[in-house]
Design a protein around this ligand. Structure first.
Ligand code: GCO
Ligand code: MG
Length: 404
């Protein structure tokens, strides 16, 4: 008799920031954990799961990860969308966790086995000005990081994306209603090349440097930035322009050899079909939680591999340690792994999600635990109830709504 799903429960907790977690239990006592966190829209995913998905799971064979994924994707009739795909991802992650535990092996062994000794990560350095950012990058370098993302404040703008008060634990979402930022592409474009010129002088040529434009530029502006950054040979320039219009990247590509990374807000490979097929990007940023789970992400990665596109999975703090742990198994196994983003969670978050992954000399390793190796402490989580929080919104200097 095949093992069956006995029940599933959704937890919303806030150990410093909000996380939605799915726990699926089987009749054999094995359980799996999935991440269902969608920053700023957490309760919508929690309801989607408990009101609409969980009742359909009971009695199914948890080994049928492909069939259950298709059941939830095709079966909803309404496809895609971040809420739907995050909910499906949580189920998929939890089922792969169960599969690994039942077979007593880490998930990477079910994906082809390790293809490398560890997963190169990049950390987040930021500062209010260039000098402070340079110091922060040096700190990451001293901590053994091989790759660092650098963001700095822009003169004339009171706040900008990627610069935080707390240097160790950058957290863009804020309690209460959405905070408002102001923006000027003109001021930003003048500042960024100066930052990277200084960084190359102080940090040398070996360190991989990355930068995130966070969807704020128009394609021709992104092209100008990419070209201006060429002497500093970035590992990537991320989200240079909003990607709903995938053809917009043709303009950037025509003008610069700076490698491009896109996809943290994509929920399906369909969002990146043109970007990948036309080789308009170099790194795909989708990850397991918002990309629908392990089942579709390995297919997206395989499609990317056919087009010289590598992976660079999103790994911000709004993705729980469950996503981080799961992503590391995929990173370790697939042939076209590029880099993994790694923003450290706070000790409070790590205590709620005890995990097998470890950091050493710039690399993460998922560990040897069966499944994905990340657990969930329900009793501790219950001490941190949900608190409403939103990402900021962004306006140009004249008040026009812009992309945050
Ligand atoms: C990144 C991202 C994040 C997002 C965050 C939004 O590259 O890590 O841009 O920091 O801003 O995930 O919720
Ligand atoms: Mg980003």
């Amino acid at each position: 008799m095949a093992m069956t799903i006995r029940d599933a429960q959704v937890f919303v907790c806030s150990p410093g920031r909000n996380f939605v977690t799915l726990k699926i239990r089987t009749d054999e006592g094995i359980y799996g954990i999935g991440d269902a966190t969608l920053n700023g829209r957490e309760l919508a995913v929690a309801s989607y799961l408990s009101d609409h998905v969980v009742p359909c799971l009971i009695g199914r064979d948890p080994f049928q990860t492909e069939d259950i994924w298709q059941y939830l994707y095709r079966g909803a009739y309404w496809r895609k969308g971040p809420v739907t795909m995050t909910a499906i991802a949580a189920v998929d992650m939890a089922l792969w966790d169960i599969k690994g535990k039942a077979l007593d092996t880490p998930i990477y062994n079910l994906l082809g086995g390790p293809s490398r000794s560890g997963v190169m990560v990049y950390g987040h350095a930021n500062g209010r000005d260039i000098a402070e950012t340079v110091d922060e990058v040096a700190r990451y370098q001293a901590d053994g990081y091989l790759a660092v993302r650098a963001q700095s404040g822009v003169p004339g703008l009171p706040s900008t994306y990627g610069v935080s008060g707390d240097k160790l634990f950058y957290e863009p979402a804020a309690r209460g209603l959405p905070p408002e930022n102001v923006w000027s592409s003109e001021k930003y474009l003048l500042q960024v090349p100066k930052l990277f010129e200084r960084l190359r002088l102080t940090c040398g040529d070996d360190l991989h440097l990355l930068h995130d434009a966070h969807h704020r530029l128009k394609p021709i502006e992104a092209a100008r930035l990419g070209r201006a950054l060429e002497p500093y040979h970035l590992f990537w320039l991320e989200d240079a322009t909003p990607a709903e219009l995938q053809e917009g990247f043709r303009i950037i590509r025509q003008h610069t050899t700076t490698p491009l990374a896109v996809g943290e807000i994509f929920d399906s490979v369909w969002d990146a079909r043109t970007l990948i097929a036309e080789q308009l990007i170099d790194y795909l940023r989708m990850t397991v939680v918002h990309g629908g789970g392990i089942t579709p992400i390995v297919k997206a990665a395989a499609f990317a591999a056919m087009h010289h596109v590598q992976t660079g999975f999103h790994g911000a703090t709004d993705l729980s340690p469950v996503t981080m742990g799961t992503a590391l198994h995929v990173d370790l196994a697939i042939p076209n792994f590029g880099i993994q983003e790694y923003m450290r969670h706070t000790p409070e978050t790590d205590a709620v999600f005890p995990h097998a992954y470890t950091f050493e000399r710039g690399m993460l390793h998922p560990g040897q635990a069966p499944g994905h190796g990340v657990d969930f402490d329900e009793a501790l989580a219950a001490r941190y109830p949900y608190e409403r929080a939103y990402l900021p919104i962004n306006r140009r200097l004249d008040g026009t709504m812009w992309n945050w």
